[in-house]
Design a protein around this ligand. Structure first.
Ligand SMILES: Cc1cc2nc3c(=O)[nH]c(=O)nc-3n(C[C@H](O)[C@H](O)[C@H](O)COP(=O)(O)OP(=O)(O)OC[C@H]3O[C@@H](n4cnc5c(N)ncnc54)[C@H](O)[C@@H]3O)c2cc1C
Length: 411
């Protein structure tokens, strides 16, 4: 039996504490907030998309950074194991569109309460309002020996598990302390980016579209001629740029490039039809409305809020009669709908990011156990690691699986 000190009572820390305690260890969780799971509370818009009921293949393909590193952890404990765990501790789950799994109550608090009850049942000692300020090592720095709290107290332990999260939504307590602990022991921390985050755009016409939500569109993003991302789905315009599911996912792929330079984005407002088919449709509308002005015939083609912007981008005077519009002008109009242009100038910051891309380098960590290669007895779990995934419950599954791997390999 070891004395296990877990730093951070978030998703990964809470779950690791249960598994370690079930394995007969004496477990202590140190959480700097006044309560456990503050970030979990806001996940899934307060409903907590706790995991995803997709196949193992989907689980792996959801991981955008260091998929291979997750091989062992996902095989030891996968999404279905987590669903079984929740049912076993009395938390009923339900599966929605896209295999997204939520508590049946639709309340993230059910997940936190379920975990906390099980922690107490397993006699995990929970220390709230306890900020860990540094890690303690034996004399030659080879072995972990405990933790130091912000109030100066030193707590000895046989194993220390870092579950301090990333840098996103810092008000929930994740302020990057785990990265500092790693760096202090000369462990590599990769570059950190906000990810699953809205994007800023340059054009003056974007703020005019604020609040407009587009469904069934394709968003593509290019760095010069190189396509960085293309996906079909839903997005929204805001006062600063763009957001919504497509944009958040895109940020995960284009983030590192966007951080360095502006990139071009294009929205295909009519992905179900080719340019030729759209032209035929427009010709038919023009034919039925020969003497009408351009601005009075485009209503059925796009949301009302978008119309003045697309018309203006097309360069066709809105008062022009449709029978005076040339083929070239029509083509220009079609391009504005098939490739509505925008320039992405950057990502919003960590305060608005769902996750942090980057973290403690996986080169420093044994994938089967989450133990540091340099320091026996020191483990890293959850978002603090350089592993992240797209939305859909996958980031929490990374937390659950890495927590399980660490907690079941502590001796
Ligand atoms: C708005 C939002 C919505 C999200 N929705 C989803 C979703 O629906 N599904 C999904 O899969 N993922 C979602 N995520 C991502 C998910 O919340 C994270 O991936 C997950 O919480 C990471 O777990 P963690 O335990 O590594 O870190 P966290 O949950 O952030 O926990 C870290 C904990 O460590 C504590 N801590 C930090 N430093 C110290 C210290 N020095 N001493 C003591 N304690 C410390 C913090 O206070 C915190 O409680 C969402 C994220 C956000 C921001």
């Amino acid at each position: 039996m070891s004395k296990v000190l877990i730093v951070g009572g978030g998703a990964a820390g809470m779950f690791a504490s249960i598994i370690a305690a079930r394995n007969q260890h004496e477990v202590h969780v140190f959480e700097k907030n006044e309560k456990l799971g503050k970030k979990v509370y806001i996940t899934g818009k307060g409903r907590c998309n706790v995991t995803n009921a997709g196949s193992m293949e989907e689980l792996f393909s959801s991981v955008t950074t260091n998929e291979k590193f997750m091989y062992s952890a996902f095989h030891q404990f996968n999404n279905f194991d987590m669903m079984e765990f929740f049912e076993e501790i009395g938390v009923t789950l339900k599966t929605e569109r896209g295999n997204r799994v939520f508590p049946a109550s639709d309340r993230a608090n059910t997940i936190i309460q379920g975990l906390e009850n099980e922690m107490r049942k397993q006699h995990v000692q929970i220390h709230l309002h306890q900020e860990v300020s540094s890690l303690l090592y034996d004399e030659d720095m080879a072995q972990i020996s405990g933790i130091k709290l912000a109030d100066g107290r030193k707590i000895s332990g046989d194993a220390v598990v870092i579950g301090t999260g990333g840098l996103s939504y810092p008000t929930t307590g994740s302020t990057g302390d785990g990265y500092t602990f790693a760096k202090q022991r000369d462990m590599e921390v990769t570059k950190l980016y906000p990810s699953l985050v809205p994007m800023n755009t340059k054009e003056d016409y974007i703020p005019l579209l604020q609040g407009l939500s587009l469904k069934n569109v394709t968003l593509s993003i290019y760095d010069g001629d190189k396509k960085l991302y293309e996906e079909f789905g839903e997005m929204m315009f805001t006062h600063f740029g763009i957001t919504g599911p497509l944009v958040l996912t895109a940020s995960s792929y284009v983030g590192p490039v966007v951080k360095e330079k502006q990139v071009k984005g294009f929205i295909d407002l009519k992905p179900a039809v080719t340019e030729e088919q759209l032209d035929q449709r427009i010709l038919k509308i023009f034919d039925e409305n020969k003497n009408k002005q351009f601005k009075n015939v485009t209503g059925g083609l796009m949301p009302a809020k978008l119309e003045p912007v697309v018309l203006s981008l097309s360069g066709i005077h809105p008062d022009k009669k449709v029978n005076e519009i040339s083929k070239e002008e029509r083509q220009q109009f079609i391009m504005c709908m098939k490739a509505f242009p925008l320039t992405i100038t950057g990502l919003r910051d960590f305060k608005e990011a769902i996750i942090t891309k980057g973290g403690v380098s996986v080169k420093e960590i044994i994938p089967k156990t989450m133990e540091s290669k340099k320091v026996p007895g020191l483990y890293f779990i959850g978002e603090v690691l350089d592993v992240d995934a797209v939305t859909g419950g996958f980031n929490l599954q990374i937390a659950w699986s890495t927590a399980y791997a660490a907690a079941s390999h502590i001796y």
